[in-house]
Write a protein that binds this ligand. Structure first.
Ligand code: T4K
Length: 379
């Protein structure tokens, strides 16, 4: 005999439910934008679409300066270069690999500090304890769109004369007490990858306060070339192209509607998971306007299933939840050899990476999914 829970678990999703699904404009809307690109025969190197998107995003994000890139990883790398940082940069091991790799490629030494259990972002006390005479900056990650402890980090940075850079890959549209997330720190990087709420298929965006960085970033992303016969520095190619920007301009028109749908789904998850022992949604504080980018949940020993058993059960139902962000970057070569990677330095990060799970979230996903997932992991 089957009980009602077991009956519900039999309804498999085929094709499987992905973690996220890109927000897409109608083909007609995209084609309309492309008509202008075709008419001008201009595909990249600061065309009209890129300039328009840059202007629109500057207003939308309330940022004094913005620069667009071909992806978020190169945006972050070139942002670090433009700031002319040296030596050590204190950062979190609980992030996507691109954060730490950007430091590596910029010739900087990552120094891992532990995260706070409330936000899963850098613990300010651990950051302060990690400062040495070689420290030049703090690279925080607003992981899952949950803001770092921005006030405490700003205070530490001011006292020790450090730069603050935020990896805001997941934080498009996030505000803290109505202040845009880009208002905090010297520079923020937003990923515009297809998996993000707002995307350009592939893409990246830097916001920053120092006007002088704009020219430097342009040189760095355009081979260091400033004129037909002038190469000023050793740059690379990291430009956004017109097809990406046209996609972004179309997607931007859909973002608010998508946010509303995701907000409802997040509320449904909260309701479905509320009475479940040992399973807790990781949510930003009440003063935060969320990005609705991910639905991270944490398992504790009171949960009916462990994180890994729950993940496997969901997968057997055709639901692709993801164990973001595993492994910790402190456990990955070459960073595992760093003194700050020693496990005793990172207890909260280690606990988190063993117990975190991100549940599917995209506007068009089935309405009953939060309930199905709650049933699957709660029994
Ligand atoms: N910093 C942080 C904190 C980041 O999270 C990231 C990127 C970066 C920096 C670097 O930014 P970018 O250089 O990427 O702009 C994905 C993304 O590729 C990556 O952008 C993102 N973070 C990371 C968290 O997620 P994967 O390897 O986990 O993605 P994948 O292919 O497994 O797709 C995830 C889900 O989305 C699946 O359910 C399938 C679905 N999907 C994916 C794509 C690409 C679709 O339905 N359609 C699609 O087109 O890395």
């Amino acid at each position: 005999m089957s009980n009602p829970h077991q009956l519900a678990l039999r309804c498999l999703f085929n094709p499987p439910i992905p973690l996220s699904r890109p927000l897409l404009p109608t083909l007609a809307a995209y084609q309309q934008r492309l008509q202008d690109v075709w008419a001008k025969h201009w595909l990249t190197n600061r065309g009209d679409q890129v300039c328009e998107l840059s202007q629109v995003l500057q207003n939308r994000l309330g940022a004094s300066h913005v620069s667009l890139f071909c992806n978020g990883s190169l945006a972050l790398l070139l942002g670090l270069k433009a700031l002319e940082l040296e030596g050590e940069v204190i950062t979190t091991p609980f992030t996507f690999a691109a954060t730490t790799h950007a430091l590596h490629w910029a010739g900087l030494q990552p120094v891992f500090a532990d995260i706070s259990p409330d936000t899963l972002t850098l613990d300010p006390a651990a950051v302060e304890a990690a400062i040495t005479p070689r420290t030049s900056a703090i690279l925080g990650v607003h992981v899952f769109g949950i803001p770092c402890h921005v006030a405490a980090l700003a205070d530490i940075a001011a006292r020790h004369k450090l730069k603050v850079i935020y990896d805001a890959a997941h934080a498009f549209g996030v505000e803290i007490a109505e202040q845009p997330i880009s208002a905090f720190g010297d520079m923020s990087m937003f990923s515009l990858h297809a998996t993000k709420l707002f995307h350009t298929a592939e893409g990246g965006l830097l916001t920053y306060k120092d006007a002088k960085l704009e020219k430097q970033l342009h040189l760095l992303q355009n081979h260091g070339i400033s004129g037909e016969d002038t190469v000023e520095l050793a740059g690379t190619n990291a430009k956004m192209n017109e097809l990406q920007a046209a996609m972004g301009l179309c997607v931007l028109e859909l973002v608010e509607e998508e946010r509303k749908k995701r907000k409802k789904l997040v509320a449904a998850y909260a309701e479905a998971l509320s009475a479940m022992p040992g399973v807790q949604m990781v949510l930003p504080g009440v003063e935060v306007t969320p990005s609705y980018q991910y639905v991270p949940i944490l398992f504790s020993s009171d949960a009916a299933l462990s994180r890994d058993v729950a993940t496997a059960r969901l997968r057997s139902l055709g639901i692709h939840a993801r164990r973001y962000f595993r492994p910790l970057l402190s456990a990955v070569c070459p960073y595992d050899a760093l003194p700050s990677s020693i496990p005793s330095n990172l207890p909260c990060s280690r606990r988190t990476v063993e117990n975190i799970l991100c549940l599917p979230l995209w506007g068009g996903m089935p309405d009953n999914l939060p309930e199905v997932i709650a049933k699957a992991i709660g029994s």
